[in-house]
Design a protein around this ligand. Structure first.
Ligand SMILES: Cc1cc2nc3c(=O)[nH]c(=O)nc-3n(C[C@H](O)[C@H](O)[C@H](O)COP(=O)(O)OP(=O)(O)OC[C@H]3O[C@@H](n4cnc5c(N)ncnc54)[C@H](O)[C@@H]3O)c2cc1C
Length: 324
């Protein structure tokens, strides 16, 4: 057994201060990812800072948007009336994740920070540059059915596993962060990183920084759909997922946001497809043309070439279901 210190923080400041006292410290919220990683020997923090007593469990909304505290449970966010009525894409994505029991424990901050489900990352007998930099990428030459088709590098082809994050990327959310230097915000699409030469870094959160909330700006989207394609209907990560939000007026697409999950190291916005769709009629032919370009620029590996056809079909289905 590997020993670690445990401390329960009573304020944001004490949590941040405690994390700065040990550079191998980790915050723990619901524990649904971190405890698994510790049990499997993938990570071994010397200090755990329990943040569950911090006052980060509120959901506040006004004309400018909605702010959801980092410690709000995934289930509570999905069941919130404002989320369901004004940001239904987020509710759909949250409900597509994990299982009911896990969603009751999992927090918004922990969901953003969850690590990849690449099987080579989880198997400590295999090489993995993300778990152990410099050892190689087992997946690149191995069984890579779940892996990235966009933005990968020769160091890592893992994907980000979250459903919630795909919706947040589409909804132009920001991540609110506190540290000893003060507060800051990072645009959600800039929060997670591509692997490049440093796949051990999943995101741009720095040591001593605590996620306090996410903010979603108000929008005029009147159609939304989250489609998740997976091996089982519950308790399975996305092979491919699509988050779509549209503003359609008199049959014309005034605005659209499209993001995919299961295809990259971060939620993947389809900006070229969005540009193509704006101003066009919300019709099957237009959606087919949009889907045909959705996977442009993708690079596949031995076992995941199916993601090209699946990705296009998923974009078409998500757009179609959003407008019915
Ligand atoms: C069997 C199983 C199936 C799952 N299926 C899905 C799925 O289909 N879709 C999906 O999206 N997810 C899925 N998940 C993942 C689940 O959503 C995450 O485990 C959960 O969201 C993590 O939240 P947590 O509060 O438990 O985080 P923890 O495990 O407590 O922490 C995870 C990480 O986040 C960091 N952290 C937590 N809070 C903060 C904060 N406020 N600021 C900074 N860092 C923080 C911790 O230090 C740690 O590194 C599944 C998990 C399991 C176990």
């Amino acid at each position: 057994m590997i020993n670690f210190e445990y401390t329960k923080a009573s304020s944001t400041k004490t949590a941040i201060d405690a994390s700065l006292k040990n550079n191998n410290a980790k915050f723990i919220a619901g524990g649904t990812n971190l405890v698994d990683l510790m049990k499997k020997g993938i990570t071994a923090p010397q200090r755990l800072i329990d943040i569950t007593a911090l006052p980060l469990k509120n959901i506040n909304s006004d004309a400018k948007g909605i702010t959801i505290g980092a410690l709000v449970a995934n289930s509570a966010a999905a069941e919130n009336e404002t989320v369901k009525t004004k940001y239904p894409l987020l509710a759909m994505a949250l409900n597509a994740g994990a299982s009911a029991q896990l969603r009751n424990m999992a927090t918004v901050g922990g969901n953003i920070m969850q690590r990849t489900r690449c099987s080579y990352f989880y198997d400590i007998t295999m090489p993995c540059n993300k778990r152990n930099p410099g050892t190689g990428c087992g997946a690149a030459e191995g069984y890579n059915r779940m892996h990235a088709v966009f933005g990968a590098s020769d160091k890592c082809i893992a994907v980000h596993p979250s459903d919630m994050c795909v919706a947040l990327a589409a909804l132009n959310a920001t991540v609110n962060i506190s540290s000893s230097k003060g507060d800051k915000k990072i645009l959600f699409t800039d929060f997670h990183r591509l692997p490049g030469d440093t796949p051990e870094l999943d995101n741009n959160l720095q040591a001593g920084e605590l996620i306090t909330a996410i903010h979603i700006p108000a929008n005029n989207f009147n159609k939304a759909y989250y489609l998740k394609i997976r091996d089982r209907l519950s308790y399975a990560f996305a092979l491919v997922s699509v988050a779509v939000a549209l503003e359609v007026k008199n049959g014309i697409i005034k605005d659209v946001s499209l993001a995919m999950g299961g295809v990259a190291h971060k939620p993947w916005r389809l900006t070229a497809v969005e540009k193509f769709l704006i101003g066009k009629t919300a019709s099957q032919q237009v959606f087919k043309d949009a889907a045909a370009m959705a996977m442009d620029g993708a690079t596949t590996y031995e076992h995941n070439t199916y993601k090209i056809k699946l990705g296009k079909a998923a974009v078409l289905e998500a757009l179609t279901k959003a407008v019915v």
